[in-house]
Write a protein that binds this ligand. Structure first.
Ligand code: SF4
Length: 462
């Protein structure tokens, strides 16, 4: 087996001067005022960001600030909205409460109590992540793993539970606020390997975070390299969820261990694994920089497939033109458009949510503009407790206006691809808002799902 030498860049390397922007500097809540461009905002806007950043996580790096945000268009710029806290992300009463405590220089313990109370109202673990999906091995809970669907295991390596920058809408926000009880992570690679060895039905492993690509290559190697051995032959696909192509593409090009990372990925591919980089990308601008283009090129050279997914989020990408251009650009760069998600029912949902009907209209308008190669994007899809539910459309059936829905993934595999119907509701933003159509009392899956939820471990009894 020959592993390519990834240390050299392309012959017509457009990146000769990019080492100049390799300087990795991160700003968090304490350093907001140190960002020079922030001076363009009014004192009231800066104050509002400070207040919100007390409750919800904030982290942005120099690359995002300098290369992705259009500072001539703040506060409306999509990437600014994607990374910087906004006042309306908190309910007015919560915002006022924290703001007045800060003004009064409240003691730190009272401030923390108030912050914690607000966080707890924000549904820190949507879709019962912490209770329903945690697998067991020899009777022990495997924290840091989820086994929600029969063939797929999610793994949260403890070194990968942060990101190069944080997205303001992130449904995993609870992992970043420093409350250990809200975190899902493990450093137990041995347990992961033992669980996978025993569960031959698992064909797909999703390494997720945070962003696993924040980890050093040596850590990724300890988790992933053993999977290339015959003991894991049943494991066909290794997916790595990451936003590094957007927030720090240098990870694949200029970082000290970028070369080793590419070699690791190639080794897995050579061992017969389908390695898929699940690139989280909200806006076409994220992949439109020279370094991002080079990172994509280098990744593809290893034989991995890059798929892109994103939620549809108000203030950031609730516009069909943004999606159409994003999907077209991605196809051009060899990326497979994969999912349009509905913003989840957690965190700052009040600011970012989009009515389901609008989400469907945006999807439809955007997908009509791309060729068949871009129509691989599914959605809009809700990652809800019972499974991934796609809004297929709005229809009038026997005089009743309905949403046509289907499970793309279901806690019970038999639910998948069964069309079902909900009463049309122009305001609905999530599955919980929907009611069955045609006078039915319950959706077809509800009783079974309730029974699964009563069993703390869902489908994972062994
Ligand atoms: S990169 Fe992913 S995990 Fe990290 S903040 Fe953004 S959405 Fe959340």
């Amino acid at each position: 087996m020959h592993l390519y030498d990834y240390s050299s860049t392309h012959n017509n390397n457009p990146l000769k001067n990019l080492t100049a922007v390799r300087n990795y500097r991160v700003y968090t809540e304490q350093h907001l005022e140190a960002i020079p461009q922030i001076a363009r905002l009014s004192p009231a806007q800066r104050r509002a960001m400070q207040v919100v950043a007390k409750v919800l996580p904030f982290r942005v790096n120099q690359y995002v600030i300098d290369e992705l945000i259009d500072w001539n268009n703040i506060p409306h710029d999509s990437i600014f909205q994607l990374t910087f806290p906004q006042q309306d992300m908190l309910a007015p009463e919560d915002f006022d409460r924290i703001a007045s405590m800060l003004d009064a220089q409240a003691d730190p313990a009272s401030l923390q109590t108030a912050i914690k109370a607000i966080r707890e109202q924000l549904n820190p673990h949507p879709a019962a992540q912490q209770s329903l999906n945690v697998p067991r091995l020899d009777g022990e809970h495997l924290d840091g793993m989820q086994h929600k669907y029969r063939e797929t295991v999610l793994f949260f390596p403890s070194q990968g539970q942060t990101c190069h920058s944080y997205c303001t809408f992130c449904f995993r926000w609870a992992q970043f606020v420093g409350d250990k009880s809200l975190r899902i992570a493990t450093s137990e690679s041995t347990l992961l390997h033992r669980y996978l060895e025993r569960h031959r039905e698992v064909t797909d492993l999703l390494i997720t975070g945070g962003d696993p690509m924040i980890m050093k290559t040596r850590h990724l190697t300890s988790y992933l390299e053993p999977l290339a051995t015959p003991a894991f032959e049943h494991l066909q696909t290794i997916r790595i969820g990451t936003k590094a192509l957007s927030y720090w593409p240098h990870r694949f090009v200029l970082d000290d261990d970028a070369h080793a990372l590419l070699q690791l990925l190639e080794k897995l591919v050579q061992a017969g694994k389908h390695v898929s980089i699940m690139a989280h990308c909200n806006h076409w601008r994220e992949l439109d920089t020279p370094i991002a283009r080079e990172a994509i090129r280098k990744l593809r050279e290893t034989g991995v497939v890059i798929r892109s997914q994103s939620p549809l989020v108000a203030h950031i990408n609730d516009d069909a033109e943004i999606w159409a251009r994003m999907w077209k650009d991605q196809v051009k760069q060899g990326i497979v458009p994969y999912y349009m998600f509905v913003e989840r029912n957690t965190g700052a949902k009040r600011y970012f949510e989009v009515p389901l009907v609008k989400a469907w209209e945006i999807y439809r308008t955007a997908i009509q503009q791309v060729s068949g190669m871009g129509r691989t994007a599914r959605g809009p899809s809700m990652s809800a407790g019972p499974g991934k539910v796609e809004i297929q459309g709005v229809a009038d059936i026997n005089g009743e206006r309905v949403f046509v829905l289907r499970f793309i993934q279901g806690r019970n595999p038999d639910w998948v691809q069964r069309p079902f119907f909900a009463r049309y509701d122009a305001q609905a933003t999530w599955l919980d808002d929907l009611r069955p159509a045609f006078g039915e009392q319950k959706f077809f899956f509800e009783e079974e799902y309730a029974a699964m939820s009563r069993d703390e471990h869902g489908l994972l009894m062994n």
